[in-house]
Design a protein around this ligand. Structure first.
Ligand SMILES: [Zn+2]
Length: 77
């Protein structure tokens, strides 16, 4: 008889133990799932700030061109 290990995780939102069979796994409830999604949507992770100044964009493009004269070195290693 194989030993069945109960898989469980803690809800990322409220730290309640959630079993793997739960329909909302790894969250304990739909509410916690939505709260976690809301964290992502509300800017918890800021990736970049859009630059709207055309002069600054031009300067950045020049800097990039200086650093990477050949911009096609994918999988160089
Ligand atoms: Zn929860």
């Amino acid at each position: 008889m194989p030993k069945k290990k109960t898989r469980a995780l803690r809800c990322p939102t409220c730290r309640t133990i959630v079993l793997a069979g739960d329909p909302e796994f790894p969250f304990c409830s739909e509410r916690c799932r939505l709260i976690d999604l809301g964290k992502w949507a509300s800017g918890g992770y800021v990736i970049s700030t859009p630059i709207t100044d055309p002069e600054q964009l031009e300067n950045m493009a020049e800097e990039q061109a200086k650093k990477n004269p050949n911009d096609n070195d994918e999988d160089a290693q």
